[in-house]
Design a protein around this ligand. Structure first.
Ligand code: SF4
Ligand code: SF4
Length: 326
């Protein structure tokens, strides 16, 4: 039987992650915990119900989620208590330790106050989505991008989808943080046309502090990728104010690219921090750590432009943003 994937989103007609018009499949599960992540629903591979409390029409008027939940336990006075928590008549959260992720509550909710973050998918189901946009790939030079979360945590599914894309002449792109064992990367080398990888910061301790893991494995994997003669690689720095936006970090990054990447980086992209995902954090009962981050957007943007000039002056083809050509 085909390896199923755990997918949290599929976007059609995207133009940001790879050339042309693309279909992008976002997988659940990530080995990093970047504190600026705008997709908190991608972090765990577990399919979870998220709560949008403003949409709840009220326990008294509705209460369907609570009535269908199979995970009730007896309270102190013998009442049945589900993992669903109400406050002032509205659903405000779910105790995920007691929730079995059955999604009965999300299916029963009439007002979309509960959203299932994730679903299982076979490679053939993914291909049905992908084939819908075939005409756009052909006209624009586009294709399919698998992103996440982290595709290297679901390599069997990703490799199978890419293998089928190859058979049908569809361009494939893997967007990865590269924080994985090399044998997982190796599985994806044959069917992947283009890699997009992050290089968030060079200082290993800062990397650990802000992403939850060191950068040794990422740098080693980049060096090994650079040894592959035909490899196509785009490198990205998500530039976050006050975290990795120092000249020192940019200089160390340039040194690494020039010394270790053997001219294999076809473009370096500098991505400006965007305050996104706050509602999704709230839906999962998670704190959004970037809430208190304050910075001047115009000043910050000029700083990123100067970094791009710096990289270009050192001979590294660099653009601001996710488009490949300007
Ligand atoms: S997903 Fe299932 S177990 Fe979890 S709260 Fe909803 S109904 Fe209950
Ligand atoms: S089913 Fe939806 S609308 Fe009804 S109480 Fe539950 S969350 Fe609110």
């Amino acid at each position: 039987m085909d390896q199923t994937g755990i997918v949290f989103n599929i976007q059609h007609f995207t133009i940001h992650d790879g050339p042309g018009i693309r279909t992008e499949i976002f997988l659940k599960g990530c080995p990093l915990r970047c504190r600026w992540c705008s997709n908190p629903e991608s972090l765990t591979a577990r399919i979870l119900p998220g709560v949008y409390k403003k949409k709840c029409i009220g326990e008294k008027a509705c209460g369907l989620c609570d009535s269908v939940c199979p995970e009730k336990k007896k309270g102190p006075s013998g009442e049945e208590i589900s993992p669903l928590a109400f406050y002032r008549n509205r659903l405000v959260g779910i105790d995920y330790d007691r929730c079995s992720s059955c999604m009965a509550c999300a299916e029963a909710c009439p007002s979309e106050a509960i959203k299932a973050w994730g679903r299982q998918m076979t490679p053939e189901e993914a291909m049905e989505e992908i084939r819908r946009d075939r005409g756009y790939y052909e006209r624009s030079g586009g294709g399919v991008t698998i992103s996440g979360g982290e595709p290297l945590l679901q390599t069997d599914f990703t490799a199978e989808v890419f293998r089928r894309c190859r058979q049908e002449g569809i361009h494939t792109c893997c967007e990865s943080c590269l924080s994985a064992d090399w044998d997982q990367i190796e599985k994806l080398l044959p069917p992947t046309d283009l890699w997009i990888a992050d290089l968030k910061m060079m200082d290993p301790e800062k990397h650990r502090e802000w992403t939850g893991a060191g950068n040794r494995r990422i740098l080693d994997n980049l060096k090994r990728l650079a040894e592959i003669p035909e490899l196509e690689l785009i490198l990205r720095i998500p530039v976050i104010p006050g975290i990795n936006d120092s000249q020192e970090n940019m200089e160390q990054t340039a040194d690494f690219i020039l010394k270790e990447m053997k001219g294999r980086v076809r473009t370096l992209q500098l991505l400006s921090f965007m305050r996104l995902g706050e509602e999704k954090y709230a839906s999962l009962g998670m704190p959004y750590e970037m809430k208190s981050l304050r910075f001047r957007r115009d000043y910050f943007q000029r700083k990123i432009d100067r970094f791009a000039e710096y990289f270009n002056s050192r001979g590294i083809h660099t653009l601001v943003g996710t488009r490949e050509k300007e």
